[in-house]
Design a protein around this ligand. Structure first.
Ligand code: GLU
Length: 484
């Protein structure tokens, strides 16, 4: 196998709200490619759009990436030799490059007011103009010349001067040759002195030594602008990997407005395990070689990583598959670890009940893990273990057979004396009720279950008795017996 050149990859989210699931999807591929090639994965915070910043959003980006095991090698918290890793702390970096573009005739000042630009757009729409975008009114004019014309503002922006022969095709390592539309004279420096995304992304990717730009396919149409900037500034071009957009089951683009699962925090709030979510994102990237490899660790994913396997037709976000994976990972945890995660989940959600004895929970968790999909599924099934008194559900009471009193009496009788482990309890009860009294198991154990748990359906009965202990078991059975 040929030695791979160490890649430097980056994920570059904007802290404009709850992190999007797409950010984790990119980060997974960034981290995998860096790991595969022995390179590094960088987190850069793209916070140049000051109007859209949301307090706390950056912290959520750090937290959710860490939760998923996708923390970067370099970033605002991790540090690194290419910092700072927040664009707002790099403002001084961009200006000289903008000035160089202006001096070289590749960029120009534009004093057009927002009103004039809006008017222009309206006109172009109305006349269905062949060429839309900025009409270059300011190009070649000095400030004084421009000021004499209508629609002038004091503080200019800087625009790229896109040449007629701008390159429109590029090679993408997932998609092969890609063609993008002809770009507009894009603003690269805003009136507030902040660079736009397009300027900052090119300068930063270059200065941070990024070799492989992994991002969503919505950026394909911006790539020609970026390639022009690379060319003008004399920077070598990076490789591009434009990932498919994740889609809802109706194939619409996944958005936070329409699908709660678009929010990365949602998974944690719902009780998904990070390893299941990470595995799920792997599957969204590309189908595994066979069904048996659907469950795969990050290391296995890296081992088999390949860009040309990436599915370019929007992978569908199928929560059923995620549920299945989550159940799998839940059962793969030992009782100790699963208990810890259940407790942490409820504490984080703010509904942890302090009457719950964690040692009891740890013993009971294996009784329900087979039927768990989410971390929050355990406690509702096990609530009877921690209750002082059993409330018998109406349906459970109605299900009691005519001989319930007899069954309970016989059961109580057996349980008073026998060794109190699940196997002995089962053998003893079976002998007395099924073999001795000739009652079908369904009717023999039903009243005991109702007495013990208050419900018709419960976790395994004999194990539950063992956990509750003889005294509590008998108290509960007697309490039901008294009501009959
Ligand atoms: N800040 C951009 C975003 O949030 C990054 C796009 C890119 O990766 O180039 O989508």
């Amino acid at each position: 196998m040929t030695e791979l050149t160490p890649a430097r990859t980056r994920v570059a989210p904007s802290p404009t709200g709850d992190p999007h699931v797409g950010t984790a999807f990119m980060a997974l591929f960034d981290k995998a490619w860096a790991a595969k090639t022995g390179g590094s994965f960088v987190l850069r915070i793209e916070d140049t759009d000051q109007n859209r910043l949301v307090e706390g959003s950056e912290q959520q980006i750090h937290d959710t990436l860490a939760w998923l095991g996708l923390s970067p090698d370099e970033g605002p918290l991790e540090g690194g030799e290419f910092g700072p890793y927040r664009q707002s702390e790099r403002l001084e970096t961009y200006r000289p490059f903008v000035e160089r573009l202006i001096a070289d005739g590749h960029a120009y000042y534009c004093w057009c007011s927002p009103e004039r630009l809006a008017e222009l757009r309206k006109e172009q729409d109305a006349t269905k103009a062949a060429r839309t975008g900025y009409d270059r009114l300011c190009l070649g004019k000095t400030r004084e010349e421009r000021a004499k014309l209508p629609g002038f503002t004091e503080t200019p922006v800087v625009r790229m001067l896109v040449p007629d022969d701008a390159p429109l095709t590029f090679t993408d390592i997932i998609r092969g040759e890609v063609k993008a539309p002809f770009p507009d004279d894009q603003v690269i420096l805003k009136a507030d002195g902040f660079p736009t995304y397009h300027m900052a992304v090119v300068v930063d990717d270059h200065l941070m030594g990024i070799t492989t730009v992994v991002r969503g396919e919505e950026w394909i149409s911006s790539t020609p602008k970026h390639l022009l900037l690379y060319r003008w500034l004399g920077f070598p071009e990076p490789q591009y990997a434009h990932m498919p957009l994740l889609r809802n089951t109706d194939r619409s683009k996944i958005s936070k407005r329409r699908n709660p699962a678009a929010r990365l925090m949602w998974f944690r709030e719902q009780g998904y395990l990070p390893e299941a979510v990470r595995n799920f994102l792997q599957l969204l990237g590309y189908p595994p070689a066979d069904d048996d490899s659907e469950v795969a660790t990050f290391e296995e994913f890296v081992e088999n990583f390949s860009w040309d396997k990436v599915n370019t037709t929007g992978p569908v976000f199928d929560v059923k598959k995620l549920d299945w994976l989550n159940g799998h990972y839940i059962r793969a945890l030992g009782a100790d670890e699963l208990t810890e995660r259940i407790v942490a989940f409820h504490v984080e959600r703010g509904d942890w009940d302090s009457v719950i004895d964690i040692d009891v929970l740890r013993r009971a968790v294996p009784l329900v893990s087979e039927r768990m999909t989410l971390l929050g599924d355990a406690l509702p099934k096990l609530g009877f273990l921690f209750a002082d008194r059993v409330e018998v559900e109406e349906a459970a009471r109605a299900s009691l057979p005519g001989n319930a009193a007899e069954v309970l009496d016989a059961g109580i009788d057996v349980l008073e004396t026998m060794p109190f482990d699940a196997a002995s309890i089962q053998a003893g009860l079976r002998e007395k009720l099924v073999d001795g009294l000739g009652i079908k198991p369904k009717f023999a154990f039903g009243p005991l279950r109702v007495g013990l748990t208050g419900a018709k359906v419960s976790p395994p009965l004999f194990e539950s008795m063992e956990i509750l202990g003889r005294e509590e078991t008998l108290t509960r059975l007697r309490a039901l017996r008294e009501t009959l």
